[in-house]
Design a protein around this ligand. Structure first.
Ligand code: BDR
Ligand code: CA
Length: 319
């Protein structure tokens, strides 16, 4: 979007699709509090947590950000073909670290997340930027219902996959892609303007060490404290399973890139396909790094990022 001195800033319309748990919550904070971004809707999908938990978590975050004007829509409760298997062992039973937050009793907007996305794509045709932070079930349903959706989207930033093919759900698959691989297949074939920010980017550029977390929390606002405290269960998972030096923030760095593409310092256009059947490699997004398939690229893949730029956006958001 062009910003011209003397003219009012035109805010960019974002629609966010999320399985709201602890890192999604931080990504929502970054978007909801950014002056250049107009979050026109939030769709919820089952993934990290069952659908109802995701709805309540997103409504809680919007309220904490004083953004109850942003509609939150419930979407798909199960993947297209496989049973739902959540990430509650990663983010807590409530998805928000099980720290006792009041995560019930709020009411989502009327209507379904898929309809809300399609409506927003008409209202903001050619300008809408879709950011997905969870499994792609709602997006697959949307393009199945209306194959012209890609024509109306400016871009689709997907937190998902791994460009180095080191997985966090099985040896080669990232969680969001693994939960609903058939939805990934639909999305990859739909002609959408896809931009992937994978878990490799999070693991490399978005790990918050205990010192980073303390510095963030010391900002002292309720939002800053929430952003750190809800990572309690995730921190244990990162220490024991993914062996990181702190907790990582995949959805927040994807959101930071969506808002400011300069967060990416390298990217490649690649042909991507997903494995849907193999129990060993389910959810692996195979990126044709050496051009074996001869197929034209169907996605831009971020391969390196600017950690400091991401950190600045995160810290600015929680003040
Ligand atoms: C992704 O999976 C979830 O656990 C996170 O919210 C993020 O969207 C990282 O692989
Ligand atoms: Ca997520």
């Amino acid at each position: 979007m062009i910003h011209t001195v003397g003219w009012p800033t035109v805010r960019r319309p974002f629609f966010i699709d999320t399985d709201t748990a602890s890192d999604d919550a931080v990504a929502l904070v970054i978007a909801l509090r950014h002056p250049d971004i107009d979050v026109v809707g939030i769709g919820i999908v089952a993934g990290n947590v069952p659908l109802d938990h995701g709805v309540q978590n997103a409504l809680y975050v919007a309220e904490l950000c004083d953004r109850t004007d942003v509609p939150v829509f419930a979407g798909e409760a199960t993947p297209l073909r496989v049973p739902l298997e959540t990430g509650q062992y990663v983010h807590g039973q409530d998805g928000m670290g099980d720290i006792g937050l009041p995560l019930s009793g709020r009411t989502p907007a009327d209507g379904h997340a898929v309809d809300a996305l399609l409506d927003a794509s008409h209202r903001h045709a050619g300008e809408l930027e879709l950011v997905t932070l969870g499994p792609l079930t709602n997006i697959a349903r949307a393009v199945e219902r209306d194959p012209t959706l890609p024509d109306r989207l400016e871009r689709v930033v997907v937190m998902g996959a791994v460009a180095d093919h080191i997985g966090n759900q099985n040896p080669v698959a990232e969680f969001n892609m693994w939960v609903d691989p058939h939805a990934v297949d639909v999305v990859l074939r739909a002609g959408l303007p896809l931009e992937f920010v994978g878990w490799d980017i999070s693991r490399t550029y978005a790990v918050m060490t205990p010192d980073d977390a303390a510095e963030l929390r010391a900002i002292g606002t309720p939002i800053a404290e929430m952003c750190v405290d809800i990572q309690r269960v995730l921190s244990e998972f990162c220490a024991t399973q993914t062996k990181l030096a702190g907790f990582d923030l995949p959805d927040p760095i994807a959101m930071a890139y969506a808002i400011d593409p300069a967060v990416a310092t390298a990217s490649r256009r690649l042909h991507c396909e997903v494995e849907t059947e193999s129990p060993l490699t389910r959810g692996m997004v195979v990126m044709d790094l050496l051009g074996f398939t001869g197929h034209a690229p169907n996605a831009l893949v971020v391969t390196a990022a600017d950690r400091d730029r991401f950190r600045s956006m995160l810290f600015a958001a929680v003040h």
